[in-house]
Design a protein around this ligand. Structure first.
Ligand code: GLU
Length: 321
C-alpha cells in the first residue's frame, strides 16, 4: 500500500484558514447585482407574492462563531421548505431509522409538489424534502410529540439561540386557502395508510412549519448543528454525529428539488432551499451559509441565491469536493 502525504507547502495553501469571508461576500454582493430582480417570486401562496423581488441577503457563520454578512441578511423571510430539515431532525430524534420504512432517501427527479410517483410507489414518498415526504415527517411528529407544532418552534429556538422566532400566521393561512396540491398529496398518502393522523391536522401543522420567519443570520445559526456534528450554537447536542451525517447527505442529494445534480455541480455543498427564496448550505466542520433572494428559477430555487453560493465555493475553493 502506498501512503500519500500532503507536502507542508500544500497544506499551508489550504483555503479555509486564510479566507477573508467578509471581502468574499462583498464581492459576491457586487457581482450578483445585475441578476437581482430576475426570476419569479412564488405566487401560488398569495401572501408570498407580496415580498419585494429585489431583496438579497447572505450570511456566513463559521464553526468558531464568526458571522459575516451582506445586504438584507438580518431581515426575516418565510423559510418554507427549509423547515423540512428541522422537522426531519426532530422526527429522527423521535423514531430513529424506522422513519425510512415510511419515506425514501432517493432524489425524486420531479417537482417538489408532484403527485405522480406516489401512485406507482404506493404512498411512500421518495424523500423527506419533497412535500409528500415532509407531510409524512409531520405526521410522525404529530404522533410522537405533545404540542408537536410548538415543539418544532422550540427546536428552532434551541438550535438558533434566538427565542423570538415565530410562525407567520398570515402566510400559513394564505397557504391553507390555496394549498390544493398539498391537500391532494395528504389525502393520497392517507389512502395508502401512510398517515396516522387526519390529513387536515397534518396539513395545518405542515403549513405552520413552512411559515416560520427567519433571517439569513438566524438560519445560519439554526443550522450550525449540521456543521458541528450535531452540537448547536449554544453547545447543546441536538442530534448525534451519525444522524447529522445522514441529514447532510440528504440535503446534498435531495435538498434543491429536481436541480440537485446542478447544485452539487455548481455549489458542491449540502443545501436546502425554500420557495420563499432562502437557501441554506452546510460545509461540515467549517461553516453554514444562507442566502435570501425571492426570485425563483424554473425549478423553484432562488436564482440569485444559487448563483451566490456557486460564487462562494468557486472563489474560496471550499466545498465538500
Ligand atoms: N409550503 C410550500 C409548499 O408546500 C413549501 C414548498 C417549498 O418551499 O419547497 O408548497
Amino acid at each position: 500500500m502506498m501512503a500519500v502525504f500532503l507536502s507542508s507547502k500544500h497544506s499551508d495553501e489550504l483555503p479555509m484558514a486564510s479566507t477573508d469571508f467578509q471581502t468574499v461576500l462583498e464581492e459576491i454582493h457586487q457581482e450578483v447585482q445585475p441578476l437581482i430582480g430576475q426570476g419569479e417570486v412564488a405566487s401560488y401562496i398569495p401572501e408570498l407574492a407580496c415580498v419585494p423581488g429585489h431583496k438579497f441577503g447572505m450570511a456566513l457563520l463559521t464553526c468558531d462563531g464568526q458571522m459575516f454578512s451582506v445586504g438584507d441578511a438580518a431581515e426575516r423571510f418565510s423559510i418554507q421548505s427549509i423547515s423540512k430539515v428541522l422537522s426531519l431532525a426532530l422526527a429522527i430524534q423521535q423514531v430513529g431509522t424506522s422513519l425510512w420504512k415510511r419515506v425514501g432517501r432517493e432524489p425524486s427527479g420531479s417537482a417538489f409538489n408532484s403527485l405522480v410517483q406516489l401512485e406507482s410507489e404506493e404512498g411512500i414518498p421518495r424523500n423527506p424534502f419533497i412535500n409528500a415526504g415532509a407531510l409524512v415527517v409531520t405526521d410522525v411528529i404529530l404522533t410522537e410529540l405533545e404540542e408537536a407544532t410548538q415543539t418544532v418552534l422550540n427546536f428552532v429556538h434551541r438550535a438558533s439561540g434566538v427565542n423570538d422566532i415565530a410562525f407567520d400566521d398570515s402566510i400559513a393561512a394564505s397557504e391553507k386557502l390555496a394549498g390544493y396540491r398539498n391537500v391532494a398529496l395528504a389525502n393520497f398518502i392517507r389512502a395508502f395508510d401512510n398517515l396516522d393522523n387526519e390529513p387536515a391536522d397534518v396539513l395545518a401543522a405542515y403549513f405552520k412549519h413552512c411559515s416560520i420567519a427567519m433571517s439569513c443570520e438566524e438560519l445560519a445559526k439554526a443550522f450550525m448543528f449540521l456543521a458541528r456534528n450535531g452540537t448547536g450554537i449554544t453547545g447543546e447536542e441536538l442530534l448525534s454525529a451519525e444522524r447529522t451525517k445522514y441529514i447532510n447527505a440528504l440535503m446534498l442529494t435531495c435538498g434543491t428539488y429536481d436541480a440537485v445534480g446542478d447544485f452539487a455541480y455548481r455549489v458542491g455543498l449540502p443545501c436546502k432551499s425554500g420557495v420563499g427564496g432562502g437557501l441554506v448550505a452546510v460545509m461540515p466542520r467549517e461553516f453554514v451559509v444562507c442566502t435570501w433572494s425571492p426570485g425563483l428559477d424554473k425549478r423553484g430555487n432562488s436564482l440569485v441565491g444559487g448563483h451566490a453560493l456557486d460564487l462562494l465555493t468557486s472563489k474560496t475553493g471550499i466545498s465538500v469536493f
